[in-house]
Design a protein around this ligand. Structure first.
Ligand code: CTP
Length: 213
């Protein structure tokens, strides 16, 4: 049997304002890296597109690096047609400075208003090209977690979305723990509960295998 081909994104993208300053978010990539290990252990052919992360890329997984949302879109887009399942755990910076300086801006010149523009939505862009690929999103929410996650599931045309509450103490961003509810297209909700990211990733990968392959 052919191996399931899986593309996972993890970590934070960065949008540079000048060569030494950027806008980003607190993601460390742990959830995506745990999922990549779990998919690899199921025997899937696993590619991990990494933004800024604070853990090494696991062995037995192809690692590809991306800095900005544009880089991540390019690297995922290149591989998307030959992928069975895309799992987007990356925390993509939603905005970038409109103007990027090629030189380091001096401190005394930093008292300026910075204008931002949106970055591309990777999941939305790729789901518009979807053929038979399964698309899984991760929703980072601080409030109304399930309703916002459901909205994203529809807007991004996903097969399922893992909703996590990033405002809970010791869960979500940078923590070794997380708490996930998996919402499927059609509305079914599976509560995976709280656990280490490794435990949740194993459980999630098994559920995805059973449900989609
Ligand atoms: N995502 C993406 N491209 C972006 C932003 C997010 O592909 N530019 C993906 C994330 O990887 C995640 C899902 O969309 O799988 C939801 O991301 P999230 O940050 O929760 O939501 P946003 O779409 O950014 O919306 P908002 O910031 O308004 O909550």
């Amino acid at each position: 049997m052919e191996k399931i081909k899986c593309l996972i994104t993890a970590g934070a993208t960065r949008e540079f304002f000048d060569p030494v300053r950027f806008i980003s978010n607190p993601s460390t990539g742990k959830m995506g890296i745990s999922i990549a290990k779990a998919c690899r252990d199921l025997g899937w052919q696993t590619t991990l597109v990494l933004g800024a992360v604070q853990a090494p890329a696991p062995e037995g997984v192809e690692a590809v690096w991306a800095v900005s949302a544009d880089d991540m879109l390019r690297e995922t887009s290149k591989r998307f047609d030959d992928t069975d399942i895309l799992i987007m755990t990356a925390a993509v910076s939603d905005m970038r400075p409109k103007k990027k300086f090629s030189h380091k801006v001096k401190k005394e010149d930093l008292n300026m208003a910075v204008e931002f523009e949106p970055t591309p939505d990777i999941l939305k862009t790729l789901s518009a090209r979807k053929k038979s690929q399964i698309l899984i999103g991760f929703a980072a929410e601080t409030n109304d977690v399930i309703s916002y996650a459901k909205k994203k599931l529809g807007q991004k045309n996903l097969d399922a979305i893992a909703a996590n509450n990033v405002s809970k103490p010791d869960a979500g961003f940078a923590s070794d723990f997380n708490e996930i509810s998996l919402i499927f297209k059609g509305g079914e909700i599976l509560n995976l509960g709280r656990g280490t990211k490794d435990e949740l990733a194993k459980n999630l990968a098994k559920i995805l295998q059973k449900r989609f392959f």
